[in-house]
Design a protein around this ligand. Structure first.
Ligand SMILES: NC(=O)C1=CN([C@@H]2O[C@H](COP(=O)(O)OP(=O)(O)OC[C@H]3O[C@@H](n4cnc5c(N)ncnc54)[C@H](OP(=O)(O)O)[C@@H]3O)[C@@H](O)[C@H]2O)C=CC1
Ligand SMILES: O=C1O[C@H](COP(=O)(O)O)[C@@H](O)[C@H](O)[C@H]1O
Length: 626
């Protein structure tokens, strides 16, 4: 039997063939020093008694797998990693805390998590390049890696739509950054999937052209890039046929070996292809001995109805827990800071209600330069309002969750969304920047796609009754600004009112969480101006991140993909959240669709529609000037 042909041998068979090789594997009979890393694991095993002989290096690898299987059968538990620590072996929140109900998941200490019949005996030890359509081999370098790298759960990540803008511009660099920083297992397998006829080498060239080394640690970056690229494979396949996904599955199995093997599929394809891709992954490429998670890009449907259909399709193939609906803007520090500020400081939470908060403003204003980077053609309500803005409001306004567990947070977010009043079209100002012929950024706009929306929302619950949540989201504007402003009420009977000046609003306390420009947390307070007399000034207590921290901020895709690996879904929308969010926006979307409501035109690079200023005034909110 050749060891270079790349097929599967039943494990039981492999374990009973006469073993005459130079490979010696030793089995531990007692384990007193756990947790240990797998590297220690192997060395500690060397002193133990049971020796198995195998034939050649591949068989050696095979029995290293056998060792792990036996260790796992003996309930040996390896050391756990804490979140946000670089890992060599992946265990996730869900794995540590309970038996996941995700398909294919079995408890890590159980013998059942290794499928003996799927042991790889051998494979074609040539380079990773292959012709599209071949059943490809994995590289020698890769396999060599397998023999000396700890084999906990392995991880394969497939990017479906690998030739696209998002995959090239964001996902691949984020994966490399995670790999570089040690957040992916050394033996991770990265797969690109698309319809184009490419080879592994082609994909590697595409990816290589987008990779950069992080500013704060560039050591061995070239080596790391080479290692990363050597673990990258291309699969050519259609989105609407199962054959391609079966080949992807086969190829993943080749490198997964015998230990538990987890899989992530990043569905980076346009909406038209999403359901086909999800169904084929669901049927043909789910992990058989570990968890499978899919990452779905926004927009999550186009309205309540289409989103419901999409959700049903996804749920027909995957459990809710397997689905990660990503909105990269939620991977910013700003968003995590919302809850950190509220729930880990005493000073804010007692004031976090209608008694003390006068209004909340959520502003996402993209400048001309930013707008040219990416625009989608879905309109800003579907693109940014539905997920980013409503998730921000949900996190800001939710009741304290029982814990930081994703489901606990999502339970609270969905309550806020379901308590939010449907947006009255009279409380929404739609704008579109003026097109000028030949302007590339306008080519994607259809006549009624808004590029701007200002809106006033109300949350009808005890905490927020009557507090306006003002939203301003737009592209092609004068300034780039992403911030959340929480404006507090006036001090009742303020004895300093004469010293503040006639405009009492100038003396209003405000908490500002700023993402762009210059990430910062600011608190606007009143203080005395130095000198004789008593004059008050409104100043800002300013935590400017770039002054306080010198470390580079990871890209939001990096943050969120790391969360997916970790099984932390609190920043990803659950199906009920998606539905509740559409329900809030439905009246406006229906109005646009039914009546082809023309948005108010504004200058590209201007301040947006003037109607927004009136909306702010109507709800008693002073405009935070651009
Ligand atoms: N680009 C970005 O910054 C952002 C993107 N998104 C979302 O991410 C997803 C991917 O975005 P992006 O990479 O820009 O998309 P692309 O339009 O670049 O498409 C990605 C890949 O999908 C394949 N594809 C394109 N059109 C179709 C089609 N009609 N049917 C089937 N396959 C198709 C192509 O691969 P091939 O032809 O090789 O098979 C293409 O390279 C989209 O859902 C988008 O809404 C969300 C936020 C930001
Ligand atoms: O998801 C999106 O984000 C971009 C802004 O991304 P950023 O990383 O540059 O902040 C936005 O332009 C685009 O419309 C939206 O779909």
């Amino acid at each position: 039997m050749s060891l270079t042909t790349g097929y599967l041998l039943p494990f039981s068979q492999s374990a009973t063939v006469p073993l005459t090789s130079t490979c010696s594997c030793h089995l531990a009979s007692s384990f007193s020093n756990f947790p240990v890393s797998s590297r220690d694991y192997y060395s500690s095993l060397r002193n133990e008694s049971l020796v198995l002989n195998g034939g050649g290096s591949n068989l050696c690898r095979r029995f290293c797998g056998l060792k792990l299987w036996i260790l796992k059968s003996l309930n040996v538990r390896q050391g756990s990693h804490r979140k946000h620590q670089p890992v060599k072996e992946l265990k996730t929140r869900s794995e540590h805390t309970f038996l996941s109900d995700e398909r294919g998941f079995v408890e890590e200490t159980g013998a059942a998590d290794i499928r003996p019949e799927e042991v790889i005996v051998g494979t074609n030890l040539v380079t990773g390049s292959h012709k599209a359509g071949d059943t490809p081999s994995v590289s020698k370098q890769f396999l060599d890696g397998l023999s000396d790298v700890p084999r906990g759960a392995s991880l394969c990540i497939a990017v479906v739509g690998a030739t696209g803008e998002l995959a090239r511009g964001k996902i691949s660099p984020a994966l490399f950054a995670l790999y570089y920083s040690g957040y992916l297992p050394e033996d991770v397998g990265i797969f690109g999937y698309s319809r184009k006829n490419l080879t592994d080498e082609d994909l590697r060239s595409i990816i290589a052209s987008t990779l950069t080394c992080r500013v704060d640690h560039q050591e061995n970056c070239g080596d790391k890039m080479d290692a990363f690229l050597s673990r990258t494979y291309y699969i050519n396949g259609g989105y609407d046929n199962r054959d391609g996904m079966s080949r992807l599955d086969e190829r993943m199995k080749q490198i997964e070996g015998v230990s538990k093997a987890n899989r992530i599929f990043y569905l980076s394809v346009p909406q038209e292809a999403l359901v086909d891709v999800a169904c084929n992954i669901g049927e043909k490429a789910q992990a058989s001995q570990g968890w499978t998670r899919i990452i779905v890009e926004k927009p999550f449907g186009f309205n309540s109805h289409s989103s419901h259909q999409l959700t049903q399709s996804l749920l027909s193939k995957f459990e809710e827990k397997q689905i990660y609906r990503i909105d990269h803007m939620l991977g910013r520090n700003l968003i995590e800071n919302l809850t950190v500020l509220r729930f880990s400081n005493l000073v804010f939470e007692p004031l976090w209600n209608r008694t003390y908060i006068r209004n909340v403003q959520v502003i996402v204003s993209e400048s001309v330069a930013q707008t040219q980077k990416y625009s989608d053609g879905y309109g800003i309500i579907r693109d940014i309002f539905h997920s980013h803005i409503l998730q921000t409001i949900a996190l800001l306004a939710m009741e304290p969750p029982i814990s930081l567990d994703g489901e606990d947070v999502r339970n609270e977010k969905v309550k806020v969304l379901r308590s939010t009043r449907k947006l009255d079209p009279a409380d929404a100002i739609l704008g579109q920047y003026k097109s000028s012929s030949g302007d590339k950024t306008n080519a994607i706009l259809n006549s009624v796609d808004p590029t701007y929306c200002a809106a006033a929302l109300y949350i009808d619950n005890a905490r927020w009754d009557g507090v306006p949540f003002l939203v301003r989201v737009g592209t092609g504007l004068i300034k780039h600004r992403v911030e959340i402003r929480v404006q507090f009420r006036h001090v009742p009977g303020n004895i300093y009112r004469d010293n503040i000046g006639i405009n009492i609003d100038l003396g209003t306390n405000e908490l500002i969480l700023r993402d762009e420009p210059d990430e910062a947390i600011l608190v606007k307070i009143n203080n005395k101006v130095p000198g004789l007399g008593l004059q008050l000034d409104a100043s800002e207590l300013n935590l400017l991140y770039k002054d306080r921290y010198s470390t580079e901020v990871p890209d939001s895709y990096e943050h969120l993909i790391h969360d997916v690996i970790d099984g932390d879904n609190h920043l990803f929308m659950r199906s009920d959240e998606v539905a509740a969010a559409w329900s809030i926006l439905s009246p406006v979307l229906e109005e646009i669709d039914k009546h082809h409501t023309a948005p108010e035109l504004y200058e590209f690079g201007g301040r947006g529609p003037v109607g927004a200023y009136y909306l702010w005034a109507k709800h008693g909110v002073p405009w935070a000037d651009d």
